[in-house]
Design a protein around this ligand. Structure first.
Ligand code: ZN
Length: 174
């Protein structure tokens, strides 16, 4: 397993749409292992393949805080979702920025696992928020796109000065 370099905004690869996975082979399993290793190394809760420069519809998550509940979503699709609520998000690809966005707090996702087997899963609260954030990544979207222009501008100024000053706290980045 390898800890991969995480692309950061404004890398144009983060804006591209990832392609669905058609072949469930050793290369895919390697990518999934690398994503999990990278997620754990960075102290995040979710990570998508485009964030490490692989434009494939693969995302991983682990919200256990103890690296004990890795989840893998290949070609994920949100089938149903509840009405949205305001939640706070951050992203490993947008260091230093935390913002409030609208997300459904309950949803049903349909996806495949590393072997290609299909499954459906009901997610709530942060699990649901994380999955929506990752599905956005696979479509080339970032959570900051969901903030108002004024808020985006202000956060960017803060992020820039934060990056030059102290390291940010870790543990909740998606
Ligand atoms: Zn993210």
């Amino acid at each position: 397993m390898t800890v991969r370099l995480i692309l950061e905004y404004p890398d144009p690869r983060l804006r591209q749409r990832s392609l669905p996975v058609a072949t469930f082979d050793a290369a895919l399993r390697q990518l999934i292992e690398d994503l999990l290793e990278t997620l754990y190394a960075k102290g995040g809760i979710g990570l998508s393949a485009p964030q490490v420069g692989e434009l494939r519809q693969v995302a991983v998550a682990d919200l256990s805080g103890t690296r004990s509940a890795p989840r893998v979503y290949v070609n994920p699709e949100i089938v149903t979702r509840s009405r949205p609520a305001i939640v706070e998000e951050s992203c490993l690809s947008v260091p230093g920025v935390v913002g409030k966005v609208l997300r459904s707090t309950r949803l049903r996702v349909r996806a495949r696992d590393a072997t290609g087997a299909g499954f459906e899963q009901d997610l709530a609260d942060m699990d649901a928020v994380c999955l929506q954030h990752e599905v956005d990544h696979l479509a080339g979207k970032l959570f900051i796109d969901r903030l108002s222009p004024l808020r985006r501008l202000r956060l960017w100024t803060m992020a820039r000065s934060a990056r030059q000053a102290t390291p940010r706290p870790r543990g909740s980045d998606i």
